[in-house]
Design a protein around this ligand. Structure first.
Ligand code: AMP
Ligand code: GLY
Length: 429
């Protein structure tokens, strides 16, 4: 089987690595890939951007690609899956019509309300005066969200009214998020602990993947600005069988059935960002129509089933016939980021990487490129993710940090407490 992975982040490195482990896979192409994907066995980078739909289809046709997996949301919203399906090429991901679950927060909130799926109270606005008047009446804390894709930056938590007004102005008046902010959602602030619930969906059948939690805030103790994710771990001690059953019944099943009813059948990775309240009630914060980054890295470290077979089955509506095998050990992934991230940062720093001792450790590259003289240099805000398996979450955490300490790159930083939420929960028990 010849596989194409679309994307260039840490998630795509993990997807390519996992695909390449399958005995059925002979070659994996990554478009455009990064400094890590091109050194994996069987893997090769190809210089095509993720939204260059015609070039991707052409490459797949010319190179006999049997299976394509789309990583990032931008490619989904550009209609990659639609174009592959039109060309009769197997491609795992939602069509543009279904990817609206991530592409428009206003659509999603209205969808959740229509199908009685729990979420925070909200209103949608295009008018600044009306939005501010609602914010004032509702009172703080409030959450202001740009409707469209904003690279994880379009959500402002407002604990005072001036911050709320500023966010409303920035989105609706100052076009800080471009068209993505022409419409905004204002919703109630929810207390609780976040959980990333990710499943593979073939249009009908929903197969949950191993549980995971990420740390979105930049600084230790979950402080500082939101990022794409500074680290993640799997499994999440927060998710027990009862909670999993509730999430399937209250969120996943009605969402997949509702999307089919709306004429937008969902196929792909469906990622529900959930807030779990202290009383264990759940509310949907958002949907992503893709695998999480960095959740993918620790989750796929634990996958023992053949990933290529799984994705192929999902493409051909046969997920119902499969069960997934997971490594019982825990996995922790810690992100190394460029100084300044998630704001402006420098690129081009040389990275020294250790030789990996065993299969229980893995460095997944994200914002890296390999130069002609084979040096790896930084090229993004999130540079790489140091992952490790351990018998417990604590030993996995220790092993991930041991690995990170052997990586050298100037002007970078990482959080030193990835996994603390899970470890605290286990200790409490
Ligand atoms: P979203 O992209 O909608 O998931 O929002 C990004 C992040 O903002 C989430 O992961 C949460 O940490 C936070 N967030 C979003 N909505 C809420 C809410 N209603 N209450 C509290 N925190 C929220
Ligand atoms: N880790 C959060 C995301 O993938 O959106």
């Amino acid at each position: 089987m010849r596989v194409l992975i679309i994307g260039s982040g840490g998630r795509e490195h993990a997807l390519a690595w996992s695909m390449a482990k399958s005995h059925r896979v002979t070659q994996v192409f990554v478009a455009p890939g990064n400094g890590g994907t091109d050194t994996e066995p069987k893997c090769r980078n190809i210089p095509i951007e993720v939204t260059d739909v015609d070039a991707l289809v052409h490459f797949a046709e010319e190179n006999g690609i049997d299976l394509t997996v789309v990583g990032p949301e931008a490619a989904l919203m550009a209609g990659v899956v639609d174009a592959f399906e039109a060309a009769h090429l197997a491609c795992f991901g939602p069509t543009k019509a279904a990817a609206i679950l991530e592409g428009s927060k206003a659509f999603t909130k209205d969808f959740l309300k229509k199908y009685h799926i729990p979420t925070a109270d909200y209103e949608v606005f295009t008018n600044t005066t009306e939005a501010k008047s609602y914010a004032q009446k509702h009172g703080v804390p409030l959450v202001i969200k740009a409707d469209g894709l904003a690279a994880g930056k379009g959500v402002i938590l407002a604990f005072d009214l001036p911050t709320a007004y500023q966010a409303i102005d920035d989105m609706l008046e100052n076009q800080c998020f471009g068209k993505a902010g022409n419409q905004i959602v204002i919703e109630s602030f929810l207390q609780g602990e976040e959980l990333s619930f990710i499943a593979m969906v073939d249009g009908k059948t929903i197969v949950p993947l191993a549980s995971a939690q990420d740390h979105k805030a930049r600084d230790n103790g979950d402080q500082g600005p939101n990022t794409g994710g500074m680290g993640a771990y799997s499994p999440a001690p927060l998710l027990d069988q009862a909670l999993l059953d509730t999430i399937m019944t209250e969120v996943m099943t009605p969402t997949v059935a509702g999307m089919a009813k709306e004429g937008r059948p969902f196929k792909g990775f469906l990622y529900a960002g959930l807030m779990i309240a202290p009383d264990r009630s759940i509310k949907v914060l958002e949907f992503n129509c893709r695998f999480g980054d960095p959740e993918t890295q620790p989750i796929l470290m634990r996958l023992q089933s053949d990933f290529a077979i799984l994705v192929q089955a999902a493409c051909y509506d046969q997920l119902g016939d499969l069960t997934l095998e997971w490594d019982p050990r825990s996995a922790v992934g810690v992100v190394l980021a460029a100084k300044g991230y998630p704001e402006a940062y420098d690129k081009g720093q040389a990275i020294t990487l250790p030789v990996q001792a065993d299969d229980a450790q893995k460095i997944f590259h994200a914002g890296t490129v390999r130069t002609l003289d084979n040096t790896v240099i930084s090229s993004g805000g999130r540079i790489l993710c140091a992952c490790a398996l351990g018998e417990t979450l604590s030993t996995a955490q220790q092993a991930a940090y041991d690995l990170m300490q052997r990586i050298h790159c100037e002007d970078t930083f990482y959080r030193t407490d990835i996994g603390h939420k899970g470890i605290a929960r286990i200790t409490q028990k």
